[in-house]
Structure formats: structure tokens, C-alpha cells
Design a protein around this ligand. Structure first.
Ligand code: GUN
Ligand code: ZN
Length: 437
């Protein structure tokens, strides 16, 4: 099916909403429609106008549900599907005891292909249409990820992790092999269909200075690629990093010294940044990625979302699951926990801003808003359908809801994969067809 008219209550964002009643930041049609042709959004607006443009095309009538851009997850680890829900450790022990042993299994390409398939099934079930993902150190894991993503015609960003020290045998590369494998993957996958490559040194602890130089060379040779890594997640991690890189001013400066901070740099966590580090992030345009379920689960700390956004030199922020340090694939569950992290610091995140963050906000942070996250005409038709009455408890609560922002807050607070009725990837229904796939 190359053309489709999707009818429902259509909601997208034009800019970041400043308050729960800032409806000027939204594009909302109570009886709306999105006309999709050959994977792109051709027209969006009120049903009468858009159906006249569409003419005689198949109709997917999702009334009374909400139609939104697909959710974007700015940081997740696909080899950690069997790490999620591992008990009792903070970051460094969690990596050594659970994560590194599990990731060694991805030397087996067949295992990687199986997990990649299940990873995308899970993302789609939860309404996530784009992810920025870490693969394992093994080139084959990235090949499995991209092959599966490409077969599903999804817009995804990923990279083979580069790590050459402080990890077990079987889970390290070398500066040269990490460079060569990354380079080959960029050549094969970056820009193929909807695939994008992220140069991915895991974090400063697991890369030698020689490897950081190789990551720097890759970034200089491929300025259109993303860069992703971890920054300032846990106090023991920060102390060890400062010991390993004594010449750097602080943890953020390690990445700055290797030319790894820029607009396409995605820095996971950024919980314990000093003002100097936050300024350095802001000046470079690098993105601080908020991973609330992970930060709570690993006891890492509270990301100061509102301080970062409101400081004189604001940070660009994205939101993410960080599966499997994170505890849920759902961006609704993620923002519910995010709301609580922000509340613990005496602030609130309004529901419109929350949904902006996981759609347009994340798309802008990932430099893909020209393609995803908005429902704008000409962008890719990655679209989800949300049902705020998906469970008996939600249905009952909806009896007392009158405003759109209340409905969104209910979806965020009580919703999960059950609230996602349908998912369209480049215009094709992807959730209702999952079991048949
Ligand atoms: N820091 C380095 N690697 C990881 C990882 O896999 N998960 C998290 N949460 N932090 C990291
Ligand atoms: Zn991570």
C-alpha cells in the first residue's frame, strides 16, 4: 500500500511548549488526518481538507485516538536485552558483573541477528520509531542491527562500540581494528536507506588515549556521522576517568580534547556536570541525554533537567531509555520517571513539554527533525496511534479528563505499550503486523 489516509486526533509540536496550556506550541486537529504517500507525509490538517487532497485512497480510521509522530529514543544498548532487570549493582559493578559478560555473546553473528530482530519488535510495540543505539564491540553486531533496521525501513542511528581496555577478553578491539571496523561500517551503512552511523567510543574508561585519537580521526573524516558516548554518570566512574586522563581539566574535557564534542555528539547521562563542564557542552552544541529509569535503577543520581535548560548557556537535552541500565522500552514510562526525577529537585515538567521532548525535541537534538519527529509535510511517515483508555484504570481516569494536556499526562503516568494502538514506519503499519512478521 503506497498511499494511506490516517484519521484521528492529530497532534504534533511546532516548538518547545513553555506551559501546560501553551497550545500555540502545538498543531492539534480534533478531527484530523495525515495523508501518506510512498513513505512520506504529503498533507496534514483537518480531515475534510486532507481527505479532499488525498482523493480515493485507503482510510485507517483511528478515531477517537491520538495520532502523533513516532517516539524517538536517544540512547539504548541493543545487546543488553538480556541484561535489563539485573539486580543490585551500581554502574561499574553492573558493567563488570552483568553487561560485559552478556555483550561477549555478540561475537556470534547469529545471536546478534536474533536479538536485533527482537529489539526492533520491542521498540515498535512501544511506539518507538527511531533509536540511537549502541551495538557491541563486534562488527557483526552492528551489521545485524543495520540489516534488521534497513529491512524494516526504519530511521535508526547506531555504531559498533569502540573499547580497548578495562574490559574482558572477547570484548575489546584495538585502536586500529576499532578504526577499521567503524570505517567499514560507515562505508557500508551510513546513508544506506534510512541508516545513520554513530562513532561510538563506549566511554573514556574503556578507551586508551590511542583509541580516542582514532575516534577523533573518524569524527574528522566523517563530520556528518553522529558521535555517542557516556559522560558523568556515577561518582566512581568520574574519579577513575580523572585518574586515567590526568591532563584533562575534568571528564567533559577528555572528550573535548579529542575533538568529540559538537552538535552531533550525544553524551549519555551528564548527571554530575560542573558549571564549567555544562558551559563546555553548551558552547559545543553537544547533547546531554537524560536517561531517568537508568539513573534511578543504578542509583547514579538526578539529572537536573530544568537547571540545564534554563541556565544562561542552556544545554540541548534529549531523553532516552538507556536499556538495559534503563528498565523499560517505553518512552511513556521513561518520561513518567523523568517527571519524578525533576519533581525530586523541586521542579515540574509540563505534559506538553514532555511529549515535545520525545518527539520533536529529540529529533532536533539528534539533527533529524527534517525527517522525523514532527508530522510536517515532506517528512518521513513515522507515526503512532495512542489510546488513553487502553486499560480499565486509564478508562476510569479519562472520565474526569477534559483538557489535552491532562490526557497526555495520563498517558505518560499510566501508559505503556498497551496504549500504543498502531505504529506506522515510513507509512506502513508495523505494530498490527508484528506477529505475522
Ligand atoms: N557507561 C559505559 N557503558 C555503559 C552502559 O552500557 N550503560 C550505562 N548505563 N553506562 C555505561
Ligand atoms: Zn548507555
Amino acid at each position: 500500500m503506497t498511499s494511506l489516509l490516517i484519521r484521528g486526533r492529530v497532534l504534533s509540536f511546532l516548538r518547545e511548549p513553555v506551559a501546560a496550556d501553551d497550545l500555540d506550541a502545538c498543531r492539534y486537529e480534533e478531527d484530523g488526518a495525515v495523508f501518506v504517500r510512498r513513505g512520506k507525509i504529503v498533507a496534514v490538517g483537518d480531515f475534510a481538507t486532507v481527505s479532499a487532497i488525498a482523493g480515493d485512497v485507503p482510510l485507517a480510521d483511528h478515531r477517537p485516538h491520538l495520532i502523533l509522530p513516532g517516539f524517538i529514543d536517544a540512547h539504548a544498548h541493543f545487546p543488553q536485552m538480556q541484561v535489563i532487570a539485573s539486580y543490585g549493582a551500581e554502574l561499574l559493578d553492573w558493567l563488570n558483573n552483568y553487561t560485559f559478560p552478556e555483550e561477549t555473546r555478540f561475537s556470534d553473528a547469529q545471536h546478534g541477528r536474533r536479538i536485533a530482530r527482537l529489539f526492533f519488535d520491542e521498540l515498535v510495540r512501544h511506539g518507538t520509531t527511531t533509536v540511537a543505539a549502541y551495538c557491541s564491540v563486534h562488527k557483526a553486531s552492528a551489521e545485524a542491527f543495520f540489516a534488521e533496521s534497513h529491512a524494516r525501513n526504519m530511521l535508526n542511528i547506531a555504531g559498533k562500540v569502540m573499547m580497548d581496555r578495562n574490559a574482558p577478553d572477547g570484548l575489546t578491539d584495538t585502536p586500529q581494528s576499532g578504526y577499521d571496523d567503524s570505517k567499514a561500517l560507515i562505508g557500508e551503512w551510513h546513508g544506506k536507506g534510512r541508516q545513520l552511523y554513530a562513532i561510538t567510543p563506549r566511554f573514556a574508561i574503556t578507551s586508551t588515549p590511542d583509541q580516542m585519537e582514532m575516534a577523533q580521526a573518524l569524527a574528522a573524516e566523517h563530520p556528518d556521522c553522529h558521535i555517542q558516548t557516556h559522560l558523568s554518570e556515577n561518582h566512581a566512574e568520574i574519579r577513575w576517568t580523572e585518574e586515567l586522563y590526568p591532563q584533562a581539566k575534568d571528564y567533559t574535557d577528555v572528550y573535548a580534547q579529542y575533538g568529540l564534542l559538537g552538535r552531533k555528539s550525544l553524551l549519555g547521562h551528564c548527571i554530575h556536570l560542573s558549571d564549567r563542564e555544562a558551559d563546555a557542552m553548551s558552547e559545543s552544541g553537544a547533547v546531554a541525554v537524560f536517561c531517568p529509569t537508568s539513573n534511578l535503577f543504578l542509583g547514579s543520581g538526578l539529572f537536573d533537567y530544568q537547571r540545564y535548560r534554563r541556565r544562561p548557556n542552556p544545554l540541548t537535552v534529549a531523553a532516552a531509555t538507556d536499556v538495559g541500565g534503563g528498565t523499560n522500552y517505553s518512552m511513556l514510562r521513561t518520561m513518567d520517571e523523568g517527571y519524578k526525577v525533576i519533581a525530586l529537585q523541586g521542579e515540574k515538567l509540563n505534559p506538553l513539554a514532555s511529549f515535545w521532548q520525545i518527539t520533536r525535541g529529540n529529533a532536533e537534538a539528534l539533527s533529524i527533525a527534517d525527517r522525523a519527529g514532527t508530522l510536517d509535510e515532506g517528512t518521513d511517515a513515522d507515526i503512532i496511534v495512542l489510546d488513553a483508555r487502553a486499560t480499565p484504570g486509564m478508562r476510569l481516569r479519562m472520565e474526569t479528563v477534559s483538557a489535552l494536556s491532562e490526557e497526555l499526562f495520563l498517558l505518560q503516568t499510566l501508559g505503556d505499550d498497551r496504549a500504543v494502538r498502531e505504529v506506522y514506519i515510513a507509512g506502513a503499519a508495523a505494530k498490527s503486523t508484528l506477529s505475522a512478521a
